[in-house]
Write a protein that binds this ligand. Structure first.
Ligand SMILES: C[S@@+](CC[C@H](N)C(=O)[O-])C[C@H]1O[C@@H](n2cnc3c(N)ncnc32)[C@H](O)[C@@H]1O
Length: 302
């Protein structure tokens, strides 16, 4: 069977399942044949071996029957210019989060930030991208999830190969060639015992921010497959922001004249909530919109 025939067949099958049937058909074929998606058109007349087309069709069937996300089926997903390993149990990298990383890159440069703390690193995309841009920054992250801990360290070893990446649990902070250090902890259990540097420091997070009640209304590939602890922001959706800023504002108030930066990804409908938090905790707020002109990234400063 030639590529274009299989493409038509897959489009037809997948059109009963998703509006993204065209791009998904292409991604399935490219994944199994190890083609870069942008070279797909050059392969339209290629003959696809029978066993591979069988494998592709069975994978498409699995996708449709089990609602399994492509990123979990393929075990990898792109983020910015890199490809990250993925695994069920850890949030799939989203293109929305690229805004957060771009904003952080600018902020770090403009303010000579040398210490970055990430809360909820998931697959490691944010810390790893920042470490690639700023190898001299010290970066430490925490995630509550064991699956995230394993995956982020895997991605770290692949994307920033180094002789001795630290993968230890909650040891005293040891700086090793400025490779990010990922700990597995509930941040709110260690935040009073860790020796944070608060001066010219960036705290960054894409935290769980979906209202608990809304999770079950999300598309099944998200609600059935992605981890609840990565999505669930509590009844109001803002539990994480509230708890973090309550702690942070107190810490900062005790350390004048430290200048600190907190950068969060937020839901498109959470700007008003962030404004209320900035008033409550006496922090300045600026909000950046994404390409769809929706609020996406917010920066708190003192
Ligand atoms: C929305 S996901 C973001 C993952 C990754 N940073 C990204 O952008 O793809 C939120 C992450 O926060 C972690 N998390 C939730 N509550 C946490 C807590 N109290 N302490 C540390 N990590 C937490 C979750 O396990 C999850 O990996």
């Amino acid at each position: 069977m030639q590529t274009h025939q299989l493409f038509l067949e897959l489009k037809n099958t997948l059109s009963q399942y998703t509006e993204e049937f065209e791009i998904e058909s292409k991604l399935f074929i490219c994944h199994f044949l190890k083609w870069e998606p942008n070279t797909f058109v050059n392969h339209l007349s290629d003959d696809i071996p029978k066993e591979i087309s069988k494998e592709i069709k069975s994978s498409v069937k699995k996708r449709m029957e089990e609602n399994i996300p492509l990123a979990y089926l393929f075990k990898k997903w792109p983020f910015r210019k890199n490809t990250y390993s993925t695994s069920p149990g850890v949030l799939i990298p989203r293109s929305d989060t690229e805004y957060l990383v771009e904003k952080a890159i600018k902020l770090i440069q403009e303010n000579n930030i040398s210490t970055i703390y990430e809360i909820g690193y998931g697959s490691g995309i944010i810390s790893i991208e920042l470490a690639k841009e700023y190898p001299d920054c010290s970066i430490v992250g925490w995630d509550i999830s064991k699956d995230a801990y394993n995956l982020a360290n895997k991605n770290l070893h692949t994307l920033i190969p180094a002789p001795s990446t630290s993968i230890s649990k909650m040891q005293p902070y040891s700086r090793q060639n400025n490779i990010p250090i990922f700990y597995q902890n509930d941040f709110f259990e260690i935040y009073d015992s860790y020796a944070f540097d608060f001066s010219n420091t960036l705290f960054i997070s894409n935290p769980p921010y979906i209202k608990t009640d809304v999770i079950k209304t999300l598309e099944p590939q998200v609600s059935l497959w992605e981890p609840k602890e990565a999505l669930d922001g509590g009844e109001s959706g803002i539990d994480f922001y509230e708890k973090f800023l309550a702690w942070y504002s107190t810490k900062l108030a005790n350390r004048p004249p430290s200048k600190g930066f907190v950068l969060f990804e937020i839901g498109y409908d959470q700007q008003r909530e962030m404004e209320k938090l900035s008033e409550k905790y006496k922090l300045k707020l600026s909000v950046n919109n994404d390409l769809q002109n929706l609020p996406r990234v917010c920066l708190f400063t003192n």
